[in-house]
Write a protein that binds this ligand. Sequence first.
Ligand code: FPP
Length: 235
Amino acid sequence: MELNIEKLPVHVTLIMDGNGRWATLRGRERVFGHAEGVESVRAVTTAAARWGIKYISFFAFSEENWNRPAAEVETLMGLMCEAMNKELPTFMENNIRFRVLGDLSRLSEDLRDSVEQTCRATDGNDGLTMILFLSYSGKWDILQAAERMAHDLIGNPGLRVDAALFGNYLVTAGIPDPDLLIRTSGEKRISNYMLWQTAYTEYVFTDTLWPDFREAEFRAALEEYSRRDRRFGKV
Ligand code: FPP
């Protein structure tokens, strides 16, 4: 499907919500919804690559998600491990550079290995950058940045602290702030996601559950974004 939109976002980020409800509606286990959700991730990512979007990111697993039942956490981690290995040809064919951001120290060694391998294998790709936020929370990111910046300030008290300097310590350093955040399943909140980075992000909320969010729904969100007038606090 071609896309004829004049004003495309540079960075689109997605909060994938509604996998569990999608599965429950079909009388299936919640994990069935997560597995179908991986298909949506592929559909949206390959469409973004085709349409010339430079960054796409997904809130795949939050710091708070560690509190879900152990079996669901395990299945989600397994799904991500499997997808990272299985999708390598998709990344190479579509010139996608893969990255993972978050508190990786909490991931299993197996998953960390898969992350490292897939990131290394795709590092030379320069089309779309796809980012998975894994074991991530916005407050965690701000705290780890503040701690590292404070450490550097002790060694260099003359350093001028401003937003640009602070941004260099966030895990998203070097990645443009999201222009558009899409959240599925009718929930209208940010859930401790990129708190600092979304200061001027446009939000699009849709009732579609994540496993049903495919190319047509993505295009509709991009069309809505293209109609927005972004003033960044100016007139
Ligand atoms: C929210 O639905 C979804 C998640 C917490 C997990 C999202 C993760 C995936 C789809 C796997 C991604 C994998 C790769 C490789 C990108 P929910 O469980 O909160 O649904 P509910 O709100 O209906 O309960």
